[in-house]
Design a binder for this molecule. Sequence first.
Ligand code: HEC
Ligand code: HEC
Ligand code: HEC
Ligand code: HEC
Ligand code: HEC
Length: 178
Amino acid sequence: MKSVNRTSARFRHAVTIILFASASIWVSSTGRTQEPLEGPEQPIPYSHKLHAGKMNLECKKCHPNPDPGEKMTIPATAVCMECHAVIKTDSPAIQKLASFAESNRDIRWVRIYEIPSFVRFSHRAHLEAESTCADCHGPVKERVRLHREADISMKGCMDCHMAKSASTDCTFCHENMN
Ligand code: HEC
Ligand code: HEC
Ligand code: HEC
Ligand code: HEC
Ligand code: HEC
């Protein structure tokens, strides 16, 4: 009888430890899902959540869509230095940013959304047709680090074109195909 009790006490003790351990794993993993860092690590830990979310900077401050309007462009370090020449200059990340700016080097940001060159695509045409950044790039303002969470595969393009009665002819997006 006594040894059975001791065994079950040990068993209960073990169960308690397992429950406690899995509870703390659960807590730390849910803590992480609030700030998903699924995307690639970037050369400078730039955060859209801070700059476009909390500080509410407009997308076009950094992504201006110059003529002919196909591209939104990635900002030059000079845009960052408008603020970071004086803001947070004690931060190692900002010192790295400043050294790129001083030597006139572009930062090699890891690209997130890219389509092959045989596909015709214009940002301006879509913005004029009232598509929003979030339609094709997800909730960027909530992201510390971007990852490819919206679908810009051929199927992603087709689904919206069908929903909005835009053309799905092959030659609409691929000039040299019929
Ligand atoms: C309109 C002003 C402004 C612009 C433009 C700007 N930032 Fe910032 N940035 C800030 C402010 C304010 C903070 C928060 C500073 C703090 O935590 O006290 C910040 C924080 C940061 C941080 C975090 C630094 C740290 O160690 O905490 C990084 C990295 C950063 N910015 C990178 C960039 C990059 C890269 C660009 C250009 C693409 C940029 N910023 C453009 C104002 C700006
Ligand atoms: C202060 C400058 C700044 C502002 C404001 C800003 N961005 Fe960015 N954006 C960047 C930088 C720097 C990168 C490259 C690093 C990265 O991917 O996080 C980038 C990358 C992106 C990319 C990925 C491009 C690719 O294919 O690699 C998208 C999409 C994007 N931004 C959308 C937005 C949207 C939408 C807004 C407004 C809600 C916005 N950005 C506001 C600086 C900015
Ligand atoms: C209809 C879908 C769609 C909409 C709407 C859209 N994008 Fe894009 N975005 C794309 C695609 C597709 C690419 C890849 C383009 C390529 O590789 O040439 C891209 C690429 C980008 C890039 C990378 C640099 C570049 O110029 O290619 C940035 C930055 C960007 N988008 C920001 C934005 C912002 C900011 C908005 C809102 C003002 C926006 N996008 C609206 C589909 C979209
Ligand atoms: C959120 C919805 C949406 C998505 C996603 C989308 N499109 Fe469109 N697209 C439209 C609408 C709406 C039009 C305007 C149709 C019109 O004016 O008749 C359009 C027009 C176009 C045009 C013709 C405009 C021009 O002259 O450049 C092309 C080409 C095109 N889309 C390609 C693409 C490609 C490639 C993708 C995927 C990478 C894509 N679209 C994703 C909604 C979308
Ligand atoms: C609304 C725009 C759009 C239309 C319409 C469209 N495509 Fe595409 N297509 C794309 C995009 C975007 C890609 C690139 C996908 C990627 O690599 O991410 C692509 C890629 C392809 C590829 C390369 C292989 C692959 O799967 O990546 C082929 C082949 C192709 N398309 C054939 C066609 C044919 C055939 C049609 C007509 C039935 C068609 N496409 C209509 C947008 C379109």
